[in-house]
Design a protein around this ligand. Sequence first.
Ligand code: SAM
Length: 208
Amino acid sequence: MTDEFLNQFSTAGQRKERVGRLMSQILQETVIDSNARQKLRINLEIGCGHGHWLTNHAFQNPNEIFVGIDLISKRIEKAQAKVTKRSLKNLFFLKVEAKEFIEFLPTDFVIDKTYLMFPDPWPKHRHFKRRLIQDEFLHLLAKTSSKESFLFFRSDHIPYVEWTKEKISQSPYWEIVDQGFPFEHTSYFQDLLPSHQSITAHATHYHS
Ligand SMILES: C[S@@+](CC[C@H](N)C(=O)[O-])C[C@H]1O[C@@H](n2cnc3c(N)ncnc32)[C@H](O)[C@@H]1O
């Protein structure tokens, strides 16, 4: 996170309120039946970059809600411009750190599908702890995910693919399944890279 952002939203409480504001906007703009008791299902892309892939996904699935998050303001601005250009009503972007977003997600929502495409691989051993896929992250995500939830992971960095397979196999909350991505379109990084591997995991616990 940039210093400027952290100066403006220096406490976890302020950042939580910010996530709450976007999510209430989503509730207001997308839920027609205000008496609906069911949680609102969202598709989440973590590290969405410029939003190229998610915009195409949302465009083709107008009845589902999509949220893209990224740490970098400029990328979120570019992603937001795509929403405006295509007048999409089911796609929202927010600059926010992934774990904070999941932690702060209001209880009216449940994550249906999570996409993590070409996440930073942190190849040096001393930086492995910075990788997003960790035991605690898988637990946190499972708690906020629906019982039908899927986690879709894609990377060109084979050691990170192996790391992710191992972490998921050891996790009591997810299991690897033989299922492809529900939507295929190149992302900005996928276009640049010669090859990649994908993993799909299905939630096994914390059914909402
Ligand atoms: C290598 S880029 C991939 C972008 C896009 N998914 C693609 O395939 O083109 C990784 C992105 O993840 C974002 N990112 C890294 N850590 C993050 C975190 N903890 N929370 C949210 N976004 C994160 C980075 O800012 C960056 O835009």
